[in-house]
Design a protein around this ligand. Structure first.
Ligand SMILES: [Zn+2]
Length: 227
């Protein structure tokens, strides 16, 4: 299983800018976070960029085609006066491409809803990275950089982690990815609670025997009680 994560923009192209944030930095942070979680599921993760460099849209698609990845996911942040989540597949696509996009969209939309941000829906568009990639692909716009509420959340590591985990949950659901090996050493009495916490997006379920820090407790309580 090979997936390419495409952090939108980069280098001389900052993407959308607003609220003191630049799209290119948020997309990179999200892409690397999603990639790390996918690796825990045994996925061979590729990136179109892993630092602040400019890569053309065609070069991104070419890289995916050359690597023969099974799925291509492009990460963007919206701008222009809206709020919330929207996702795109290439115009006229259906079948597997729509099935995968829907699974991801559903999980991420739930995380947005928890945070009080709306679902703007599943859309189609003639976007270069979707048109030029030869495998199923989708592009997600994770909120609006110029909307105060969206930007306030996108500026926090907790929300970045939450929507990364939701993205990976959607991918794991539709591709039937197994529970990470490192999370499978959980003691039997804790298994049901762990599985619930993972499926609710409260924890990634990893490191079951590790001690917990105070900030991890706060974050898990926050995720559980704010659901
Ligand atoms: Zn963008």
């Amino acid at each position: 299983m090979k997936i390419m994560i495409d952090a939108g923009h980069g280098g001389k192209d900052p993407g959308a800018v607003g609220s003191g944030l630049q799209e290119k930095n948020l997309t990179l942070k999200l892409a690397l976070s999603i990639g790390r979680l996918l690796q825990n599921h045994g996925v061979d993760v590729r990136y179109t960029r892993t630092d602040d460099t400019f890569v053309s849209l065609s070069d991104r698609a070419r890289a995916a085609n050359a690597a023969k990845v099974d799925y291509f996911l492009s990460i963007h942040i919206n701008a222009g006066g809206g709020t919330g989540l929207e996702s795109f597949i290439y115009t006229g696509q259906s079948g597997k491409t729509e099935e995968i996009r829907s699974a991801i969209h559903q999980c991420v939309a739930a995380a947005f809803k928890e945070a009080g941000l709306p679902d703007r829906g599943r859309k189609q568009a003639n976007l270069a990275v979707l048109r030029e990639t030869s495998m199923p692909s989708a592009l997600l716009e994770y909120g609006f950089i110029d909307a105060p509420k969206d930007a306030g959340l996108l500026g926090t590591d907790a929300f970045i982690e939450r929507i990364s985990a939701a993205t990976v949950q959607g991918i794991a659901n539709v591709f039937g990815l197994s529970i990470p090996a490192a999370a499978d050493q959980v003691t039997e009495w804790a298994r049901q609670a762990r599985d619930w916490a993972v499926s609710s997006g409260i924890t990634d379920g990893m490191r079951p025997k590790d001690a917990v820090t105070r900030e991890e407790v706060w974050t898990m309580l926050y995720r559980a009680l704010k659901r």
